[in-house]
Ligand binder design. Structure first.
Ligand code: ZN
Ligand code: ZN
Length: 302
């Protein structure tokens, strides 16, 4: 699983940072979290394809988080998409999408299914779920927490050998949770597997002040993508506009005990964002300010 940071700037585009969009590349699809203006072009410059996007999760209706949707849908149509697209967002998403899809002479040749999610709701998919978390911005806004399916426990090779299980297909069956017959006895998965391990967990803050509900929901995540609009000298202003400083984001990461912190939504005032990273690292040493088109592989914790 890879996160591709397509747009890492806050509020307005800057020469080196486009507005918000983060792609999560799974085995067979891409989930897109926010889709600011120009996201389709960011895709073209990245290693990810916008045609693989099957779901878009919009955090809130400030323009820098959703205005890229109509252009991307038009391009998807232009290159012959026929698979449906799912769009999720806060209350009002259905109306906004209806209006966006009425622009000009355009109507897509594929289905666009729009879903409004409420805070606290968890949307379930076959391999993962996505929880919507009410965050603390100056307009209604959601963060999202993705959780992958639980993984089977670690395979205990010694135990399997002691039980006389031959290596090969029987190992695989046990790993997949199926019992096998070895001679006259049955070996069940619990005899050779450790405790079930949690699946991937990634949290996306969207725009928010540091927020207790997000800390709760992000607890123990493999990665937290958190906005860090400003440095600590601008804390009062960040607070006034419903944003976080890098220090605020790092504090959230520490309290939620996440494994990795990626800082985005960087204000266009920073040509050099190293001040944000160094302030965050004093609190959460592995904090990273992400740049447009940067991609990182998310490793699940053992
Ligand atoms: Zn924003
Ligand atoms: Zn906003």
């Amino acid at each position: 699983m890879r996160l591709v940071f397509l747009g890492t700037g806050g509020s307005i585009p800057a020469p080196n940072r486009n507005v918000s969009a983060t792609a999560l590349q799974l085995a067979s699809e891409i989930l897109l979290f926010d889709c600011g203006e120009g996201t389709q072009r960011q895709f073209m410059m990245s290693s990810a394809s916008f045609m693989k996007v099957q779901k878009i999760f919009v955090t809130h209706f400030h323009a820098d988080h959703f205005l890229g949707i109509p252009g991307m849908i038009q391009s998807m149509n232009f290159v012959g998409r026929d698979k449906p697209l799912e769009v999720f967002g806060p209350s009002g998403m259905i109306d906004i999408m209806r209006n966006l899809l009425r622009i000009g002479y355009f109507s897509p040749g594929f289905d666009v299914h729009v879903h409004e999610v409420i805070a606290g709701e968890t949307v379930k998919f076959p391999d993962y779920s996505v929880e919507a978390v009410e965050v603390d911005h100056n307009v209604p806004a959601l963060g999202y927490v993705l959780r992958g399916e639980n993984r089977p426990g670690r395979f205990n090779l010694d135990a399997a050998r002691e039980l006389g299980v031959p290596e090969g297909p029987m190992f695989r069956a046990l790993q997949q949770g199926k019992s096998v017959r070895v001679g006259k006895k049955t070996v069940t998965p619990d005899m050779v597997l450790g405790e079930t391990r949690p699946g991937l967990k990634i949290a996306f803050s969207g725009d928010t002040r540091p927020c207790e509900r997000l800390i709760e929901a992000a607890r123990g995540a493999d990665a937290l993508v958190h906005e860090a609009t400003a440095d600590s000298s601008l804390k009062a202003r960040a607070d006034e506009f419903g944003h976080s400083t890098a220090v605020g984001a790092a504090t959230v990461a520490v309290r939620a005990r996440v494994a990795a912190l990626y800082l985005n939504h960087i204000s266009s005032r920073y040509e050099d964002s190293s001040v944000l990273e160094s302030e965050a690292r004093e609190i959460f040493p592995r904090a990273k300010v992400v740049e447009d088109l940067m991609a990182v592989t998310i490793r699940m914790r053992e």
